[in-house]
Design a protein around this ligand. Structure first.
Ligand SMILES: [Zn+2]
Length: 351
């Protein structure tokens, strides 16, 4: 080989090496972001968490400044990873845990699992709270069994089945009904356990992860949080007028407030991605007003939805789950058969 071709070959090899190193860096960065997002997501999950977001009174001013905006964009980069539907899991990956309620309550039952137990307990609590009062209805010694696996790592549990045996008996099986983007939980009769809102501000959500009145340290949560990937359509549940947007940006992120027609009430939507309406716009019930996001002070993508009623000139947040009519899916026909077959498999694993 001539000297000149050797030099050319050397250049090509160096070039390839540089590309390989850059690719490796990029891959590890994406993996790191993904891992961090997963960790954040679960950090957000327990309903008895002590974060202090969304409880702030919704006054004050503040508009996006450059630095805050950059943070939001940086966060947005990693969010694509939240959009993929959970992959199918094999039975081999599922595990069964059996425990009993201790003095410490529900999560005491999962103590043996350590940190993983806390993560699973938080998820289980968000299902059971639709059927029972976690403080009053669970007694020391009551038995609980769960069939669970992990989605990507041990921060993101997939709880396939829950059984409670004690003063109250509950059976909950995870199942994705036709036409739904996410799985929900159903009892042995095929009746859904979590309720859905009529005229919901969001349909494509995974779970309600924080409820009205949940304790956040010394504060109370003033709305409800829907866990949903960035970009999920947010609709106005009411006819009304947009009265303001993007106030207190550092906490609320991109946000909208609607004065509801015919009532002394305001509907508030926080942590949005893109807004489709601005102050002064009239909206009709069902109009898409924004895409859900992860802006402002959040630890994971979600929609915070709040209803403020004006009582004697003062705003008083009310529970959206008490204001909205609620409904639950009832599985029928072939779908019920499919569900029953799945529930039977899970029952065997729970024993
Ligand atoms: Zn919230």
């Amino acid at each position: 080989m001539k000297a000149s071709s050797r030099i050319a070959l050397a250049f090509v090899l160096i070039g390839l090496a540089i590309i390989a190193v850059q690719l490796a860096r990029l891959t590890s960065r994406v993996a790191d972001l993904d891992a961090r997002l997963n960790a954040l997501e679960e950090a957000k999950a327990p309903p008895n968490e002590t974060r202090t977001q969304d409880e702030e009174p919704t006054k004050g001013s503040g508009s996006p400044d450059g630095s805050v905006h950059r943070t939001a964009e940086a966060k947005a980069e990693g969010k694509g990873t939240e959009q993929a539907p959970p992959p199918a899991r094999t039975e081999e990956q599922l595990q069964t845990f059996r425990g009993s309620i201790s003095k410490k309550g529900l999560c005491g039952a999962f103590e043996k699992l350590g940190k993983k137990g806390d993560v699973i307990c938080a998820h289980v609590a968000r299902v059971l709270r639709w059927r029972l009062d976690l403080r009053r209805d669970l007694r020391k010694g009551d038995r609980i069994a769960v069939v669970y696996g992990w989605l990507r790592d041990e921060n993101e549990p997939v709880v396939e089945a829950i059984g409670v045996e004690g003063k109250v008996r509950v059976r909950a099986y995870r199942f994705r009904a036709g036409g739904d983007p996410y799985a929900s939980y159903f009892d042995e009769q095929g009746m859904e356990i979590p309720a859905r809102l009529v005229n919901s501000p969001i349909d494509g959500y995974e779970q309600i992860t924080a409820f009205f009145g949940d304790r956040r340290g010394r504060k109370r949560h003033l709305g409800i949080d829907f866990k949903a990937p960035v970009g999920t359509p947010v609709r106005s549940p009411f006819d009304g007028v947009v009265v303001r947007k993007n106030w207190n940006w550092r906490n609320n992120g991109n946000c909208i407030e609607i004065k509801v027609d015919g009532e002394e009430m305001y509907a508030i939507f926080l942590h949005l991605d893109k807004l489709k309406v601005g102050a002064g716009d009239r909206v009709k019930k069902g109009d898409v007003i924004a895409a859900s996001g992860n802006t402002g002070r959040t630890t994971a993508p979600h929609l915070h939805y709040q209803l403020d009623r004006v009582v004697r000139g003062r705003r008083k947040p009310i529970d959206p789950l008490k204001y909205h009519r609620l409904y639950r899916k009832k599985l029928e026909g072939e779908e019920l058969d499919r569900f029953r077959a799945r529930a039977k498999e899970l029952q065997t694993l729970m024993r």
